[in-house]
Design a protein around this ligand. Structure first.
Ligand code: HPA
Length: 274
């Protein structure tokens, strides 16, 4: 018989726990082109996604696809290098499965990162935006369907989807270290198309500052599971009716690689203050 969702979560967590031994309280999901943080981790153990039972396998360029365990900023953490995107064809339960496993492993705080297109007219390519809130424009909510009360409540609040305490901590660090750190609302859409000029404009008008193709499903599930979240977007391109540049995957990757030291520095310092 097919294993149930809950059984799969437990099986995967048990596998990881056996492989790794020591389990982290903090996890980091690294977005497209944002893997440099891994080079700062004192790595104890790495597991390829394709060796983890019940894990989907990442397919897109720029996503290495492994779980990394080790020390960063004096904290023992786990990092996901590469995530599962809805646009790749995974369903929402697959996209968010790693977050369920994190919870089962004992993770209490989740750092999420992504590359995003900027709509806010103050933003420049290379800016790092702390996500203060999101707008979910995916056609499906990851919590749709049967609610497992063991995992969380049927109707979870999303009032503080991104921890205010962690946002304040990031702001303190930015002030002390003179880092330009923007704030904004992340709009999550399916992709894989980048937006039309009218769509960027629409997302700005409804309250968005940046748009991307990930993060929102994982953040919804983390909140459902009672995990505190800190999110950052690296602004890799700008969109709107006055913007003439055409975004490409290669440029997005390049801009992410270039801007990531700021993101890495902030996350590392936050870890040391947790
Ligand atoms: N739109 C959607 N997703 C993105 C973008 C964008 O402009 N840039 C990076 N990811």
């Amino acid at each position: 018989m097919e294993k149930s969702y809950l059984e799969k979560i437990k099986e995967t967590a048990e596998f990881i726990s056996t492989e790794v031994g020591e389990l982290p309280k903090v996890a980091v999901i690294l977005g497209s082109g944002l893997g440099d943080l891994v080079n700062h981790i004192d790595i104890k153990k790495e597991i390829d996604y394709h060796n983890i039972p019940n894990f989907p396998v990442s397919t897109v360029e720029g996503h290495a696809g492994k779980l990394i365990f080790g020390n960063l900023g004096g904290k023992y953490i786990m990092a996901m290098q590469g995530r599962f995107h809805y646009y790749e064809g995974y369903n929402m339960k697959e996209v968010t499965f790693p977050v369920r496993v994190m919870k089962e492993l004992g993770v209490e705080t989740l750092f999420v990162s992504n590359a995003a297109g900027g709509m806010n007219k103050e933003f420049k390519v290379g800016d790092v935006m702390v996500i203060t809130d999101h707008i979910n424009l995916f056609p499906e909510n990851p919590l749709r369907g049967k609610n497992y009360d063991e995992l969380g409540v049927r109707f979870p609040a999303m009032t503080e989807a991104y921890s205010h305490a962690l946002i304040n901590m990031a702001d303190d660090i930015a002030r002390e270290t003179d880092i330009r750190l923007m704030h904004g609302v992340y709009v999550g859409t399916t992709g894989p198309t980048f937006e039309t000029p009218a769509e960027y404009e629409y997302f700005r008008v409804i309250g968005g500052d940046a748009v991307g193709m990930s993060t929102v499903p994982e953040v919804i599930v983390a909140n459902h599971a009672g995990i505190k979240v800190f999110g950052v977007s690296v602004i890799t391109d700008l969109g709107g009716k006055d913007i003439k540049e055409i975004p490409t995957h290669e440029e997005v990757q390049k801009a992410a690689v270039k801007a990531q030291p700021v993101m890495t520095a902030v996350i590392k310092e936050m870890l040391s203050r947790l």
